[in-house]
Write a protein that binds this ligand. Structure first.
Ligand code: FES
Length: 383
């Protein structure tokens, strides 16, 4: 009975409130300022400056590090904010195709406040080969916003980062070491840097200088094909890790997929929780299947393109070859930037399915890590 009474009282009050809704609104509008609302707000302007999406960057300097590695320093249009370990997408037009690739940033986050950012590139693949052979100071490129989660996270990570780098995988760790040395981040960093031969070691002097100037940085060089004084010999495995590391740590791995498979086994005895083993994703390459040609019908905005595709290459590569401007960042299925709607056709994934469950359910795919298995029709967002 009491319950019914309460319900009636509240129902009556709601009715009164509802009756006053329109007069109250009119009164508030009448009392409001006659000034029109601002067209933009400071917070939005700041966000646009900090995260422009893309900006132009001029290649200012090229330095040869090893026989097949160079560091490219760019002058960006605006200050550039990133966390040590992140990557950027560098792009330009090459022979009529718009090409871009993600590269880990090798410079310090502090240098980017003065608009300088460096990328260290090993000569392999189409775009890296273009940079290596044809790029010169003064060339203008497109630089995407920094992306990626391959960073030290003070809340989630141990205070000690054990970084394991293979070859040019040293790049993000060089950035982290600089950030530790200049006080941008606060953690201990032990880098295990594996290379085949001494001549392939990048940033040797720079890393030694950083380690000499900070008790938080240590670098262990490991050569697999040579025995030299000052270097460990062999592969980076459990025994070597135990020789230099004790206590709690987070492992960060940057190298090839076979290196990751090997290290999975070597790290298993340390019983680290999965979140304490981070691996930088590698770009998806070609797949080893017999050649087959398909046609992709690609809708971008109001335009439709017929794109020839090869079963061995990803859908993203096919679209770029055809000169289409399509979005891409990580090229590894992780960022979702290339997320496109499948209208019809069949495809295969390169490796694990990294799409959200809803994307898979409602027919979205990531062209960067999908290979065509038939003619296909896709709706792709504009870059
Ligand atoms: S470019 Fe990152 S998911 Fe495709």
């Amino acid at each position: 009975m009491a319950f019914t009474f309460k319900k009636q009282i509240f129902g009556f009050m709601d009715l009164l409130r509802f009756k006053k809704l329109v007069p109250n609104r009119r009164k508030m509008l009448a009392e409001g300022s006659a000034q029109p609302l601002p067209k933009s707000y400071a917070v939005n302007e700041t966000a646009r400056i900090l995260h422009p999406g893309y900006q132009k960057a001029t290649l200012a300097h090229i330095e040869q590090n090893t026989a097949d590695t160079k560091t490219y320093t760019f002058e960006a249009e605006r200050p550039f904010y990133f966390r040590a370990g992140q990557y950027v997408t560098l792009g330009c037009e090459v022979d009529g195709s718009v090409v871009s690739r993600p590269y880990a940033i090798s410079s310090a986050p502090k240098a980017a406040l003065e608009r300088r950012v460096s990328l260290t590139v090993k000569k392999c693949g189409f775009f890296s080969g273009y940079l290596f052979d044809r790029a010169k100071a003064g060339d203008v490129f497109t630089l995407g916003d920094p992306s990626g989660e391959f960073c030290y996270e003070p809340v989630k990570d141990a205070k000690h980062i054990v970084a394991i780098a293979g070859g040019s995988g040293i790049t993000p760790f060089y950035s982290m070491a600089q950030a530790i040395a200049d006080g941008t981040i606060d953690c201990k960093l032990t880098i295990f840097y594996g290379a085949d031969r001494e001549e392939e070691v990048i940033f040797h002097q720079e890393l030694d200088a950083l380690a000499a100037g900070s008790d938080k940085i240590e670098v262990v060089y490991v050569l697999s094909e040579e025995q030299e004084a000052g270097y460990e010999h062999g592969f980076i495995g459990e025994q070597l890790l135990r020789k230099y590391v004790s206590g709690d740590f987070t492992a960060m791995l940057c190298g090839s997929d076979p290196m990751y498979a090997y290290l999975d086994k070597q790290l298993a005895p340390f019983a680290l929780p999965p979140r304490r083993i981070k691996k930088e994703a590698n770009c998806v390459g070609t797949r080893d299947v017999p050649p087959a040609s398909y046609t992709l019908t690609v809708h971008v905005g109001f335009d439709t393109f017929a794109v020839p595709a090869d079963a061995r290459e990803t859908i993203l590569v096919a679209m770029e070859r055809a000169g289409l401007r399509v979005p891409a960042k990580c090229r590894a299925g992780g960022c979702g930037f290339c997320h496109s709607k499948l209208v019809s056709g069949k495809f295969s994934l390169a490796g694990a399915d990294k799409r959200r469950l809803a994307d898979a359910k409602f027919g979205y795919l990531h062209p960067c890590c999908s290979y065509p298995d038939s003619d296909m029709e896709l709706i792709v967002p504009k870059a």
